[in-house]
Design a binder for this molecule. Structure first.
Ligand code: NAP
Length: 399
């Protein structure tokens, strides 16, 4: 059916690409293009022989002219951006110049400021509309499936949703005292930033890890979780009618937090460049270089993730609660796609979003977040493609 250009060949891309190849009726031809072409070629060598035709290329996605040349030569129907958030705007610019649809899993963040916001990408709305092309933002799990869950709750179970709590639990054990499950730089920037939540029309800011709750997760058990700022809070606050409060919680183990605090205290998580032997280095980028590569965690991680949303609101005048979540097993994920569950839970929704765009099921010119589309075909595809969901109409609430 279609041609997709996939930019980036890291943990998430590894899953999306394999899932595209499993879905070869839709993904007839793909090109994997990344900074290090060797990784693209290695993956192609593993996957060649199926029905999807795979090409590879080298590209520096910070360079709009290189991206334009690549898009013009391959002529994809869609560009799937699975590089880093820093590349979102250059890739969107190249899509605009070539009138090609765009999709990503994380919102833009300037390299020198640890602050992610949709404002930079939402500023492209009119330009994409006028060019007659579509951009789908944040189509991983969180953001991504959490937005689909919200649209589904809104469509089927509520007249008004008043409270949303997004709970992201990882009970995986990789056996290292400290490692991050996805790109360490992006992960540490996220968790060392101030927390915030949306309440009664405004943002309430908290110190990092200031708000802690304990929750008994289905199939995982009791975990400490901490309130973080997260990008879908921003779009859901706009797109879910009647919303009064949205919070996001993520679980962290004590060993992770103790190591992180220590690294922070000695300045290793800073993004301010420092002079080292006459060379400018960014401490966090140096730390990334010495930490285990998230891709190497796959074969050693055991346990499960549980990510979902608890909704409270009203239906036909009566109060209602609803919890919908997915449980994903690290070892099962590794058996299927040679990646742990964090990359799996992001890479599968990216393939599904791309499929819905290529099939024209999610298709309108402009720049959108996932909850702005009909959630039903996405929910059906989650069950089919490896991320089945479970519903609970009487969940324990978070205080
Ligand atoms: N929504 C969600 O649920 C969710 C969850 C997790 C992650 N994410 C997002 O998913 C994306 C990928 O994460 P990941 O864990 O797969 O990261 P990763 O393993 O570090 O992979 C990033 C890939 O992008 C490539 N890249 C980086 N800069 C590039 C450039 N200038 N030009 C071309 N390629 C470039 C890297 O190339 P090299 O191989 O040369 O380094 C690497 O292949 C990130 O944006 C992350 O924030 C979203």
């Amino acid at each position: 059916m279609g041609k997709a250009l996939i930019i980036g060949c890291g943990g998430v891309a590894n899953v999306t690409i394999r899932k595209c190849c499993q879905n070869s009726d839709v993904f007839k031809e793909i090109m994997i293009a990344s900074r290090t072409k060797r990784k693209c070629d290695e993956l192609k060598a593993k996957l060649d022989g199926g029905k999807t035709i795979i090409h590879t290329a080298q590209v520096d996605a910070d360079q709009v002219d290189q991206l334009i040349a690549l898009i013009e030569s391959f002529k994809p129907d869609l560009v799937i951006n699975l590089a880093l958030p820093y590349q979102d705007l250059t890739i969107m610019d190249a899509c605009l110049a070539t009138k090609t649809n765009y999709m990503d899993t994380a919102n833009y963040e300037p390299l020198d400021t640890a602050k992610f916001e949709y404002k930079w990408q939402w500023a492209y709305r009119k330009k994409f509309e006028e060019a007659g092309i579509m951009a789908l933002l944040g189509c991983g799990f969180d953001p991504g499936v959490t937005g689909v869950f919200s649209a589904y709750a809104q469509k089927h179970y509520f007249d008004e949703i008043h409270y949303i709590d997004i709970l992201d639990a990882n009970a995986g054990d990789h056996g290292y005292p400290f490692a991050t499950n996805f790109n360490p730089e992006i992960n540490i920037r996220e968790v060392t930033s101030k927390g915030s939540y949306w309440e009664n029309g405004e943002w309430v800011e908290t110190e990092p890890m200031e708000i802690k709750r304990i929750y008994n997760f289905p199939q995982i058990g009791e975990k400490d979780m901490y309130l973080l700022h997260h990008e879908e809070l921003e779009s859901l606050a706009l797109n879910i009618k009647g919303i009064k409060r949205i919070r996001f919680f993520m679980t962290f183990g004590q060993s992770y937090l103790t190591h992180l605090k220590c690294l922070e205290n000695v300045g290793m998580t800073s993004i301010e460049p420092i002079d080292y032997n006459g060379m400018q280095i960014v401490p966090l980028q140096f730390l990334k270089a010495v930490l285990p590569d998230p891709a190497s965690l796959g074969p050693r991680t055991k346990g499960k993730t549980n990510i979902g949303c608890i909704f409270q609101g009203v239906k036909e005048g009566k109060p209602r609660t609803y919890y919908v979540y997915n449980v994903c097993d690290h070892e099962e994920s590794y058996k299927e796609v040679e990646s742990q569950a964090i990359s799996y839970t992001t890479g599968v929704p990216a393939m599904i979003g791309a499929m819905l765009m290529l099939k024209g099921i999610w298709n309108k010119p402009g720049v959108y977040n996932v909850e702005e589309f009909d959630p039903d075909p996405f929910m059906e595809a989650l069950n089919k493609w490896g991320l089945p969901w479970i519903e609970d109409f009487n969940p324990t609430l978070v205080d």
